[in-house]
Design a protein around this ligand. Structure first.
Ligand code: SF4
Length: 462
């Protein structure tokens, strides 16, 4: 099968983020290129497809493809995307299939012109809504929630697009952070629970919307604020208009954004992701003050918590596992023998560091337990005397229905195994997870009742 491209998820024991969205309204600037860099900053949120839609004021054109941002867009393609408003999207499939038809932005003609849409999240009532619309004669080109949302907006029979958006928001349930374009306007919409992040920034005379503030920093935009749960912002030649059509609602920002998904240099709803991860490590040290010779992280997302755990315990921090940063998610199918090495393609222990040592290893989460066992085994083979695994989040016991692929419940190791069984399964000398109250304490000032923590406890907000 040499030469055939396949998808190998070498770090597959992690939940997968659904998408990243980026929008820019900036007449006179190279909006497609700025969007390209914005998507680069959001690449961690989705690696299956990437797309950019641009409006020149009269029509919207869209280019997208399967793969990473740098694989999909060439200089030639960006040259042809000229305009003053743009929308970019990176996708990982959690709803719908991983096919080009579902890659976003999706672009439509409707009664009053054109609409392009990019969505981060997942609707919980999409099956019912789709059936209702199909019964009424609607046809769909994709299985993506975004097409459903646009169909609801344009079929609302409203006098204008904004009224159609507000009516559609009455019907859709679940998580959604949306960026939409028409020929002359850009919209940012966050669901009433505020499950997925969305923020707005200023770039010279223009405005930028992004899933995470790291994308604003990357393109040189100044952060203004997070879009509030249930808020609709409209950006056009008159500036920003904000609508809050929904009554205040229980907020439910995804706690996993802080544990794993978001980039450490992002700030979400006032909380720095990096500071949150340091706090998770400190909390872990309070709950499990282990003795060992060194603390090592599972790179990259375990690094911040491992640093603060080591500092709190007064233990040396060391990089005992080296990550190959050039391994993508898609590459030439390896020979069977190489494939069996699995995680070694991505992570390699440094024998000279861990040999003879009692190692405390910090990871951010365990979903299925498939990778953790291999990593523990590698560290042992490299000569470690003991391997103690600490996880900076509680056990993942429930599936996510809000746009994160945490696997089905049957695949979640903590849904069907107790701590001792999981420890035995992965072959560690000890295993401990952060408690749920510990997670809440570390994510202060976000209040526990403002967070979604359903995958850790089954308390689903919707
Ligand atoms: Fe995030 Fe878990 Fe809630 Fe899903 S269930 S939104 S992953 S906290």
């Amino acid at each position: 099968m040499a030469g055939e491209y396949c998808r190998l998820f070498l770090n597959d024991d992690k939940p997968h983020e659904a998408c990243g969205v980026f929008g820019i309204y900036a007449p006179g600037q190279d909006v497609a290129r700025i969007t390209y860099y914005g998507l680069y900053a959001l690449q961690h949120r989705g690696q299956e497809s990437a797309g950019i839609a641009v409006s020149d004021g009269n029509r919207i054109i869209c280019r997208k493809g399967m793969g990473l941002v740098g694989e999909v867009f060439t200089e030639d393609i960006l040259e042809k995307l000229q305009g003053s408003i743009a929308l970019g999207h990176v996708r990982y499939t959690t709803a719908g299939d991983s096919i080009i038809e579902n890659a976003e932005p999706l672009n439509f003609y409707y009664r009053d012109g054109m609409i392009a849409i990019g969505h981060n999240g997942s609707l919980t009532n999409s099956a019912e809504l789709r059936r209702e619309l199909e019964d009424a004669g609607a046809v769909f080109q994709s299985t993506a929630d975004s097409e459903l949302i646009v169909s609801l907006i344009v079929r609302a029979g409203a006098k204008d697009l904004v009224s159609g958006i507000l009516q559609a928001m009455e019907k859709i349930e679940g998580s959604y952070s949306l960026v939409m374009l028409t020929e002359k306007r850009m919209f940012g919409i966050r669901d009433p629970y505020g499950m997925r992040p969305l923020c707005v920034g200023r770039l010279q005379d223009g405005y930028v919307l992004a899933s995470e503030s790291c994308a604003l920093d990357t393109v040189g935009a100044q952060f203004i604020r997070d879009i509030e749960p249930g808020e609709v912002v409209i950006i056009d030649e008159h500036g920003i208009t904000s609508l809050r059509p929904h009554k205040p609602h229980r907020k439910a920002l995804c706690a996993f954004e802080f544990v794993y998904f978001a980039r450490p240099d992002s700030v979400i709803d006032g909380l720095s992701v990096q500071k949150a991860r340091y706090a998770l490590g400190r909390q872990l040290a309070k709950e499990y003050p282990l003795d060992g010779d060194m603390v090592i992280p599972v790179p990259d997302s375990g690094v911040s918590s491992a640093l603060s755990y080591a500092a709190e315990r007064g233990l040396p921090f060391s990089e005992g596992l080296m990550k190959n940063r050039y391994v993508g998610r898609t590459f030439i199918r390896p020979a069977q023998t190489i494939r069996e090495l699995g995680v070694r393609l991505k992570l390699n222990p440094i024998k000279e560091i861990v040999s003879g040592k009692r190692v405390i290893m910090i990871d951010d989460s365990i979903v299925r337990g498939t990778t953790s066992g291999k990593i523990v085994q590698m560290i042992r083979e490299a000569g470690a005397r003991e391997v103690h695994l600490l996880v900076s989040s509680p056990p993942v016991t429930h599936s996510c229905y809000y746009g994160i692929d945490t696997s089905s419940r049957g695949e979640l190791i903590a849904a069907s195994h107790c701590l001792e069984e999981i420890c035995q399964h992965i072959g560690a000398d000890s295993l401990n997870y952060l408690s749920l109250p510990g997670l809440h304490a570390a994510l202060a000032p976000c209040q526990p009742d403002e967070l979604c923590d359903a995958c850790f406890c089954g308390n689903y907000p919707i």
